[in-house]
Design a protein around this ligand. Structure first.
Ligand SMILES: [Mn+2]
Length: 342
């Protein structure tokens, strides 16, 4: 049996702009690096033979000296593990340029496109295009690719496991009669748009049969909690509904919470107050108003850079009677929110 890890989109050194203060931004930046280190330690402890890093290991072409140092030590300090690395669209060639030397166990695909574990008949190939693949049906073929795929284009190529990077959510699917593809998602949610469990894929390959297992790895999870506030007649009611929704999920105080308000909005919900209140209960909280327009919020929304804002601005410019404008805005924003109008 051979054991591997598939990970991607770690985005080391990313700025966590969604967090309220600089201290927490810095803390999260370090936590991402620590989670990467923890994953490598897990690999060493569990006799993992290879770590497949499918792009966006770093967030940009600017990598801090401390981060490059830690990553380099992770690789050189674990000579038994082969680190396979393809660059992502974020870091481009910055990682390899910043290294003082390319460690022997860092497989970059710059000279060799396919590596092979002969005893297990396993190949690992980096692909830029499915058309360039020429894989033997006799082997167990793993292909690395960072980007968006059309699964049909990768079928019939003798791929057993297409290890993907680029999307930050776990996503997998079939490649027809042989093989499957998988986006591992990122190791840590970096902002409130990256909710849910994050981690890596552990691959156990035995005699050409492989079982991928998702391993939760993040230090903190970003939870998404939707709260319908249609019944709320003010901030106090909304507070009660939010509190009720949060209590139904046992979210650790160390985690982050994105509270999405849905339904029809009521006038005068003080989101600032609610954000402040719940921020004391968790590591960080973001309240997002995703309610539909009910006639009271034109003044705020019309300046939003959203489809809803765009729509309201368009209607407000018309020379229609005011009550007709309000009716059109109401129906239009309900439709944009996915509600049934009739
Ligand atoms: Mn990415």
């Amino acid at each position: 049996m051979i054991k591997m890890i598939h990970c991607s989109d770690i985005h080391l050194d990313a700025v966590m702009s969604g967090l309220p203060d600089k201290e927490k931004q810095e803390e999260r930046r370090n936590e991402i690096l620590l989670t990467f280190v923890r994953m490598v330690r897990y690999a060493a402890k569990n006799s993992i033979k290879a770590i497949l890093i499918v792009g966006d290991l770093f967030d940009s072409i600017r990598i801090s000296p401390a981060t490059i140092d830690i990553v380099e030590k992770c690789i050189t300090g674990n000579r038994d593990i082969d680190f396979y690395y393809v660059a992502g669209n974020h870091e481009k060639d910055a990682f390899l340029r910043e290294l003082s030397a390319i460690p022997e166990n860092l497989k970059t695909f710059s000279d060799t496109r396919t590596y092979r574990y002969d005893s297990e008949k396993i190949t690992i190939t980096a692909a830029d295009d499915p058309g360039e693949l020429n894989l033997s049906p006799e082997d167990y073929n793993i292909v690395l690719y960072h980007g968006t795929i059309t699964p049909n284009a990768w079928k019939g190529k003798n791929i057993d496991y297409l290890a993907l990077g680029h999307f930050h959510e776990l996503k997998e699917g079939s490649l027809g009669s042989r093989g499957r593809y998988c986006y591992s998602g990122c190791l840590e949610g970096r902002g409130f748009d990256e909710c849910g469990e994050k981690g890596f894929i552990r691959l156990n390959i035995i005699n050409g049969i492989m079982e991928p297992i998702f391993m939760q790895a993040s230090k903190r999870t970003i939870h998404k909690v939707e709260v319908d506030i249609t019944e709320a007649n003010g901030t106090g009611d909304a507070d009660f509904l939010i509190s009720d929704a949060l209590q139904k999920q046992s979210i650790p105080a160390d985690d982050l919470v994105k509270i999405v308000l849905t339904g029809n909005s009521s006038p005068d919900i003080n989101i600032g107050f609610l954000s402040k209140k719940y921020s004391d209960d968790y590591y960080a909280v973001r309240i997002v108003d995703d309610t539909s327009y009910t006639g009271q919020e034109t003044a705020g929304t019309q300046y939003d850079v959203s489809l809803k804002g765009e729509f309201i601005r368009m209607v407000m410019e018309k020379e229609w009677p005011e009550n007709e404008k309000q009716e059109v805005i109401k129906l239009g924003t309900l439709a944009l929110g996915g509600s049934r109008i009739i």
